[in-house]
Design a protein around this ligand. Sequence first.
Ligand code: ADP
Ligand code: MG
Length: 436
Amino acid sequence: MSSAVKRIGLIFGSRSVEREVSVMTASKVYEVLLRLQDQFETVPIFLTAEGTWLAGEAVRDLLSVDTEIRRLADLSAHVAPAEKAKIDAEKLRLSRERYAPQLQNLDRGQQAKGAQPLFLAPDPSVGSLVSGQERRAWLGRQLHPTIDVAFPVIHGTHGEDGSIQGLCELADLPYVGAGVVASAVGMDKIVSKLVFRGAGLPVVEGIAFTRRQILEDEAAVLKALESRLQYPVVVKPAVAGSSIGIAMASDAAGALVALRTAMRFSQRVLVERAVENRLEVQVGVLGNHTLNVSECEELVRSGSIVSYQEKYSENTQPGSADLAPSIIPARLPHLLAEEVRRLAREAFEAIDSRGISRVDVLIDATKMEPFVNEINTMPGSLSFALWEASGIKPTELVCRLVELALEAHREKRVTQFESKEGRALVDRRHLVTPGK
Ligand SMILES: Nc1ncnc2c1ncn2[C@@H]1O[C@H](COP(=O)(O)OP(=O)(O)O)[C@@H](O)[C@H]1O
Ligand SMILES: [Mg+2]
């Protein structure tokens, strides 16, 4: 292994309703990193539902099994019925006998077989991953080798929301993707709407409520909602993802059920006017300064909202995207597609994102009017299919993301974190000889 090989900490899972989605993204990225072994050595690190950090054979096995299940799913979509049945049976066997038990094993945390606790210390002088036994004795220095770059592929809370990013900032470790502020803003649908509006981007009208307001006075919440919006409305947890906890409501009774559901997942809830007759388009943005903007991808949905199942159940349409069935490029008039791409770029800039993001745009199909819906700072599967359709292969995308992480880290080095005012204060207060 040459010294130029970078060690990548591929961090996934975590305390999030989207952690199973994170396993999928991680296995796809892992597969790509394995193809780039001349450049990268990968340490997969799984964060359990309880928040324990684990590495080791069992973690690698979870990703490998997921990769194999995906390979079989792809194969099954392209063979004759007789062979398909055999492949599907094998896929089911792997899911039941390998994937689910391995996930359960890992969720035992410190007791998991084939995995060792291994976490990132916030102290740059430790400069390394620390194993469980050493938790109490970081300075014992019997530490594991350093990682050069963290590659978090966590979706949602405790990962895509600025928390892991904050840890990497403290550790002074380069990391892939958006920084603390962009991650936190992107994760919060209420705050990001304010930022988008502030940047002059079109957003759907909405109103926000806290869980406490709903618990204390549902009637007042409904009254406020109805004074601002007409039914149907869409009710969403401020902080969640993958359509979890989101519902459309067409009357007060439906809104109440939806509010009660949404507030289970988040302390605040956003209620928006429903754009009923709409197209849903996603656009990827890549870069730190010079930005690549992908093609527009059109989501195909069957119900009133694009559901979790539509986003993640294996789709067998040839040429479709990683997740929800989709059409690339979206069937939009050229000028509208260009406008949507411009909005995506501006949304990315508005939250000060970097690395990679995917912007969701809702288009009112009656007026052909676009609205920025949300930004995902860690797009599911990194939107590999969308980038590939836009001329960037998965291996190129992964290399580029690591380069961008290193570039952002280098640029931060230029920032000054001490002041002459502070030093002068110490001089005046503490170094001046008494009596002089
Ligand atoms: N204002 C809206 N009008 C109509 N449908 C919406 C609206 N907001 C969200 N949806 C539907 O709900 C889905 C999920 O909402 P979104 O805000 O993208 O959250 P998530 O983070 O879960 O993807 C969208 O893909 C869309 O189908
Ligand atoms: Mg979305």
